[in-house]
Design a protein. Structure first.
Length: 418
């Protein structure tokens, strides 16, 4: 199998020469040695170079697959989308979806094919639409059937449809209870309790609490929807994780003081990551808010930020102060390992989560009422928002928890270029 590494120093002419040589064409062969064809090597090279030069300037992702289902050409957009580093490797190296292989095989047979959509989960949920067309360059003699592939990222369109349905279903379900409660208390106040000052004061307090819960729920639903809509687009600006953590602590200070919970930040002054500042503040705020809700009065929450020159999967859960009974889970695996990262951990002294709950942490609307000491159960969306912000930032999210020992969330984010 031939394999041509892609890089900035590889010229188009050299690329075409490598492909032609791999197919048995070389500059020192005569036409008779190459078969019945009479086209000189230069003509063949110029032909393929012209095709590739045209495809290089197409903004859509384009690839050419040979009769052995090898990728012999990919324009820059396709290289980025499929993470292609070497030409000549089978298409299955980059796409393992059976439906894509089926349409490629049909195209190589010269058959007409329909577009297919396949799902990619790493580094984030994406949906790619593929069209395959038969492609037989007349420069080759005998003809060599190939397939011309076009790739389109249709993630946004797919997610908009599914998220709209999910949003309406979830919102209507979650708002049903507080709305029914409000209507019930209003009816009571309009009836036999309208002349009872004590009952009126009590019911108005409950109604205010229900209205505030509805407001939090709506805000969290809108936040989650905004993040999901752009999750497939990684941020390219620089943000300060230290400032995000500090802003979260300042926002929760009054609530923590009221419950005598001490919050401590261990971090250097600047922790620059590739990210969106407001979203990282929201991430830190949601994690801290979750820690406060499950912590008992008079306890401590520690937030720390560390740096590693090269994150490796083996670093997860190392240096832990938990006992051997702790449950662990990689909620979001790090999608860009082997590079510098900042690591933010938030450790509480709460009751800890039971083992059976750990696999469902991060699901929208999943509440662990039995494990919480606080009466404020939240909306069940905070950790889902954290999960999706982490995925958008191509980072990692870990959890470690044990009953009676507390919980620690860890966020790993790619460091900004130094």
């Amino acid at each position: 199998m031939f394999s041509v590494p892609l890089g900035g120093t590889l010229t188009l002419a050299a690329l075409m020469a490598s492909i032609l040589i791999a197919y048995g064409f070389s500059d020192d062969k005569t036409p008779s040695e190459r078969g019945s064809g009479t086209s000189p090597f230069k003509a063949e090279q110029d032909y393929l170079a012209a095709q590739a030069n045209m495809a290089d300037n197409i903004t859509d992702a384009v690839a050419i697959i040979d009769q052995r289902e090898r990728v012999i050409y990919a324009n820059p957009a396709a290289q980025k989308l499929l993470q292609i580093t070497n030409l000549g490797r089978p298409l299955s190296t980059y796409i393992r979806e059976p439906t894509v292989r089926a349409v490629v095989q049909d195209a190589l047979k010269g058959d007409k094919t329909d577009a297919v959509i396949y799902h990619v989960e790493n580094p984030t949920d994406s949906y790619i639409r593929v069209t395959a067309s038969p492609f037989t360059p007349d420069v080759f003699d005998p003809p060599r059937p190939m397939a011309l592939l076009f790739f389109y990222d249709v993630t946004e369109y797919n997610l908009v449809d599914s998220q709209r349905a999910d949003f309406l279903a979830n919102a209507s379900h979650e708002l049903k209870t507080p709305v029914a409660s409000l209507l019930g208390y209003i009816e009571t106040l309009q009836g036999h309790a309208k002349d009872d000052p004590e009952a009126r004061e009590k019911f108005l307090g409950i109604m205010q609490s229900q209205a505030e819960r509805m407001q939090r729920l709506i805000n969290d639903l809108l936040s989650l929807r905004r993040i999901e809509q752009v999750e497939h687009i990684a941020p390219n600006e620089t943000a300060d994780l230290h400032l995000a953590a500090k802003a979260a602590i300042e926002a929760e200070e009054i609530y923590a003081d009221k419950r005598r919970i001490k919050m401590k930040l261990k971090s250097k002054k600047k922790c620059l990551v590739v990210g969106h500042q407001d979203e990282l503040i929201q991430l830190a705020l949601n994690l801290l808010d979750n820690a406060l809700k499950i912590s008992a009065d008079g306890t401590r929450i520690t937030l720390s930020i560390d740096y590693t020159e090269k994150w490796t999967p083996g670093q997860a859960f190392t240096g832990s102060s938990f006992s051997g009974l702790a449950s662990t889970r990689r909620i979001v695996p790090v999608s860009t390992p082997e590079r510098p990262h900042y690591i933010m951990t938030i450790r509480d002294q709460g009751p800890g989560f039971s083992r059976e709950h750990i696999p469902r942490i991060g699901e929208r609307f999943y509440r662990i009422a039995g494990d919480l000491s606080s009466q404020d159960k939240g909306t069940g969306l905070g950790l889902a928002i954290v999960k999706h912000i982490t995925r958008r930032h191509r980072g990692g999210l870990l959890i470690q928890s044990a009953r009676g020992e507390g919980t620690e969330f860890t966020v790993i984010l790619p460091s900004a270029p130094q």
